[in-house]
Design a protein around this ligand. Structure first.
Ligand SMILES: [Zn+2]
Ligand SMILES: [Zn+2]
Length: 191
């Protein structure tokens, strides 16, 4: 019998943490920590001091399986990013999500989207990088998807067979510097 996954939640009334069953969360439940909070919320006594930050945590801790984008349902920054308040600060939601999962964002790095969907904050769709990485990431997508183990093997094989960088570059989602690193096994060493 499959066990029921238990997922950390944040009570939308009192803000305390509790555990909810995945089955309940998928039905839209496990929103309040106990009956008292549930009834109080039903009577319209949800504390107004609770912000969308708590809902953010609930969404982040209750991400459904699969690979769909997790879209922020509230305020948007003018560039389309989700926005929320936390700790007296306005946060871009994707940055907050990355920090919540991975810890502080390194200085001078941006949090970028693999999915190119600004309001998405699914942590697996986010990666830290600079604007140059962002440009490379976009160029890569334009050139037919992500690099895979198979493509890396193919690149090295074609290079051994005598093809040049200029012949290889148009076929793969890599920059010239990346191509050099792949061929010289500075990256993708496991392949
Ligand atoms: Zn509560
Ligand atoms: Zn996404």
């Amino acid at each position: 019998m499959p066990s029921k996954p238990i997922i950390p939640r944040v009570c939308l009334r009192c803000g305390s943490q509790f555990l909810g069953r995945a089955t309940e969360i998928n039905r839209g439940g496990a929103i309040y920590c106990n009956r008292e909070c549930l009834y109080a919320a039903q009577r319209g006594q949800a504390r107004k001091t609770l912000t969308t930050y708590h809902l953010f945590l609930n969404m982040l801790h209750g991400i459904p399986d699969g690979d769909a984008c997790l879209i922020w349902p509230f305020a948007r920054h003018r560039q389309g990013y989700g926005e929320t308040q936390h700790d007296g600060k306005v946060w871009l939601v994707h940055r907050l999500a990355w920090e919540t999962v991975n810890g502080p964002i390194p200085d001078d790095l941006d949090i970028l989207h693999h999915c190119d969907n600004p309001p998405c904050f699914r942590p697996s769709h986010l990666f830290p990088g600079n604007q140059l990485d962002n440009v490379h990431d976009m160029i890569s997508k334009g050139r037919g998807g992500k690099l895979t183990d198979d493509k890396v093997r193919e690149i090295r094989q074609r290079f051994q067979n005598g093809e040049t960088y200029s012949q290889l570059l148009p076929d793969y989602p890599v920059s010239r510097a990346n191509l050099w690193a792949i061929i010289n096994r500075k990256t993708w060493k496991h392949v």
